[in-house]
Design a protein around this ligand. Structure first.
Ligand code: TXA
Ligand code: MG
Length: 320
């Protein structure tokens, strides 16, 4: 825990400091191409316990281990040959693979919630990669928000969520993709889409030459962030709205003449990539509009990154 949170840039001095803090068990927020992450040394159970406490995250929810390259991934997970195409084409990038965990590997059990699998990601963001190289150990990094809340896509979001609770935020503007990585479970017989995210299902299915299965039950601890409320603003969310009520703010998509202080458009051109990048910041802004009691959201196409957007919106609208 820390009383004051320092916000630093991405120069070599800042990254050296950040890596040093991670090595000493401290928590550091840093940018990735999806959302800002809150990093902790995956090999240090005390640091990981501190991370769970700061986020108020349920202990059974395992974390993603971030590494800078394939060699480092190989030291913590068994990379099966059927993963090769995905690994070669999509890493580094916004895809997380759930793989058999190396029993003799360095990642602590708390990080993987005692599972015999481990979620691994090699981020593409240059700052994230430099930090991971300097830290020289796997770094677990959930989104840098309190558990259940909107993921941060800007440094100010991180400061709003975790200011005073963590010692350092590495700030590098807005994240490019805006929704979390796509999670594919490759530990079983058939590949399973555990969480739609920054790489569209269609792209992965084309690479694999087969359809991705869906998780068997959303209630299992394996299912990321179970369907219960998650990625939630403070205000209630109403989906598939055609009209807006007096006390509602509006989150819309595509050509829409409605404008004003209570309206945000995810993408006037109907571009789902742009919409994903705007999703969490627009929700956050509408959440702060005075005298609004609910956020109405128009329907959004379900293909490409629309699947990840709709997944996050359904969770935001789920009963609390
Ligand atoms: O884009 C991202 O993935 C971001 C950035 C910071 O890298 N991180 C992120 O982490 O979204 P987090 O902790 O918010 O989400 C990780 C999800 C959790 O919902 C968890 O259930 C799932 O990954 N997960 C982790 N390990 C798993 C495992 N062994 N099996 C199944 N799911 C796992
Ligand atoms: Mg999260």
């Amino acid at each position: 825990m820390a009383d004051t949170t320092k916000i630093a840039g991405t120069g070599p001095g800042s990254l050296a400091t950040a890596a040093g803090m991670l090595k000493h068990g401290k928590l550091v927020a840093f940018p990735t191409e999806t959302v800002y992450g809150l990093g902790a040394d995956a090999t240090n159970a005390t640091a990981v316990a501190d991370l769970f406490a700061v986020k108020a995250r349920p202990r059974f929810n395992p974390l993603i281990a971030h590494v800078p390259n394939l060699n480092a991934a190989d030291r913590i997970a068994d990379i099966p040959s059927r993963a090769e195409t995905l690994v070669e084409t999509l890493w580094p990038g916004a895809v997380t693979l759930v793989l058999p965990k190396r029993a003799d590997g360095p990642v602590c059990d708390l990080a993987t919630a005692g599972l015999d699998t481990i979620a691994v990601r090699i981020p593409a963001h240059p700052v994230a990669r430099q930090l991971l190289e300097r830290a020289d150990r796997p770094i677990v990094a959930p989104s840098a928000n309190r558990s259940g809340r909107l993921s941060p896509t800007q440094p100010t979001h991180v400061a709003d969520e975790l200011g005073g609770l963590i010692p350092l935020i590495i700030a590098d503007g807005r994240t490019g993709i805006g929704v979390e990585s796509t999670i594919i479970d490759l530990s079983g017989d058939a590949p399973v889409l555990l969480r739609p995210g920054g790489v569209a299902r269609e792209e992965i299915e084309t690479l694999l030459g087969r359809a991705l299965a869906m998780p068997e039950s959303d209630a299992e601890p394996k299912a990321p962030g179970a369907l219960s409320s998650h990625y939630a603003p403070t205000l209630p969310v109403r989906l598939n709205a055609r009209t807006v009520e007096q006390d509602e703010a509006l989150l819309t998509f595509g050509p829409d003449l409605r404008q004003g202080p209570n309206v945000r458009n995810l993408s006037e051109n109907g571009d789902l990539i742009e919409a994903a990048a705007n999703l969490f910041s627009h929700l956050r802004e509408l959440d702060h509009v005075k005298s609004v009691r609910r956020i109405a959201v128009t329907s959004i196409p379900d293909h490409g990154l629309g699947e990840a957007i709709n997944d996050r919106l359904r969770r935001a609208a789920a009963p609390r």
